[in-house]
Each structure stands twice: as C-alpha cells, then as structure tokens.
Design a protein around this ligand. Structure first.
Ligand SMILES: [Zn+2]
Length: 241
C-alpha cells in the first residue's frame, strides 16, 4: 500500500506541473481574442474620428469658399460704387456692400469655429493614430511571444505525458481511476499530504481516530473534507518525496 501511495505522490508531482501548464495554455486563446478586440475597438474609434474629421474639413472648405465668394461680391459692389453715376445705382451698390459685410462677418465667425473644430479633430485623430500604432506593435509582439510560449508549453506537456505513461504502469488500475477522477475536480491535485493531523491542501483537521488509521498506512484513505486521497506525510516512508 505504501508503495502505491509513493507512486501516486510521484505521479502527482508530474500531473500537477502538467495541470498548471495546461491551465496557462488554456488561457492563451482568450488573451489572443482580447488583443484582437483591443485593436478592433481602436480601429472603430479611429474610423469614427476620421469620419468626423472629413466632415469638419468639408464644412471648413465650404465656409472658406463662401467667405471668398462674399469678398468677391463686396469688391464688385465697391467698384460699381466707384463708377456710380446715378443716385439709385449708388444706393444699390452701398446696400450690397453693407449686406456683403454682414454676411462676411457671419461667415468668418462660423469659419473660426469650423477651423477650431477641424484642428481639434485633426489632433485627436493624430493621437489616436499613434495609440493604435503602438497597440498594433504591442499586440504583434505579444502574439509572437504567445505563439512561442504555446509551442514551449505543448512540448513540455507532451514530455510530462510521456513520463506519466511510464509512471502509471505500476499503479493499481482501480486506484489510478479514482485518482484520475478526483484530479480534474480538485484543481489538479488528487493527493494530499497529512501532517500533524491536518490535510495539507484543505487544512482541515482529521478526526483523531481517522488520523490513527492513516498512520497505520495499510489502506487508501480520503480527507473527509476535500475528498482527496491522503497519506501520512510525517512518516519516514515519504521523506524522500
Ligand atoms: Zn483535505
């Protein structure tokens, strides 16, 4: 029985390492998806800002065109005023000049606002572009690292699986299937050392009678709290493990 327990404890060391590596491996796809998500959301944000920037540029250009047109109209009216021969013609030109001046002022005010908005959006788009470029570069680097890490983990896991195969040969089939049943349900740890009367994994104290039985080491026992297979770790039999 002791030999069986010793084999299980050794197997546990290999399995626990493999379990932790598998957990890490299992988290890689989620991190990759997260990186895609970060990039995508920055891209969408950039598209929105770019659309706003295009619109602001269009408005600014239109206002500049209008301001130019109004100034041309004013200059024409001024030259008509210079050449006016009749009172009526003079009055009409004056009225047109006044009207053009009012419109120019109105347009210039709008143009200042439009220029400010356009410049602010251009700055925002620039900052976002830099942020996106940095995120893309960072994501690329992390993806490469993750791919490398994945290959490394897979290799290590495969190696541990090979070791496991050799180690399980000497273990009783019934005991091994019990162990394999518990393992995935208990965070990859199916065997717990009991030292000083308490379970080394869940830390519950073992009832004294059970603890006495455990010290006899003549049967396989379980922790009544966490249900893991237990062994008396204070025994000399497990000193070297
Ligand atoms: Zn326990």
């Amino acid at each position: 029985m002791i030999e069986q327990l010793r084999l299980l404890v050794k197997l546990q060391t290999v399995d626990k390492t493999a379990y932790e590596l598998e957990q890490e491996l299992g988290r890689i796809p989620a991190r990759l998806a997260e990186l895609d998500q970060i990039e995508q959301s920055l891209h969408s944000e950039q598209n929105i800002v770019q659309a706003e920037l295009d619109q602001a540029a269009k408005i600014r250009k239109e206002l500049e065109r209008r301001a130019e047109e109004l100034r041309a109209r004013q200059r024409k009216a001024e030259s008509r005023l210079m050449g006016a021969k009749a009172q009526k013609e003079y009055q009409a030109a004056t009225a047109e000049i006044d009207e053009a001046k009012d419109s120019i002022k109105e347009t210039d005010d709008l143009l200042i606002e439009a220029m400010e908005r356009h410049e602010a959006l251009a700055a925002k788009a620039g900052a976002l572009g830099e942020k996106l470029a940095a995120a893309v570069a960072g994501a690329e680097e992390e993806r490469a690292n993750l791919a490398q890490r994945k290959a490394h983990l897979e290799g290590q896991i495969q190696q541990l699986q090979g070791q496991r195969k050799t180690m399980t040969c000497g273990i009783d089939a019934q005991l091994l299937s019990e162990y394999d049943f518990i393992r995935p349900r208990r965070q990859g740890v199916a065997v717990a050392p009991v030292s000083g009367g308490s379970c080394g994994v869940c830390h519950m104290n073992m009832p004294p009678q059970q603890y006495n039985e455990l010290q006899r080491m003549d049967k396989i026992m379980r922790c009544s709290s966490c249900q893991r297979l237990v062994y008396w770790a204070d025994s000399d039999q497990f000193n070297d493990l």
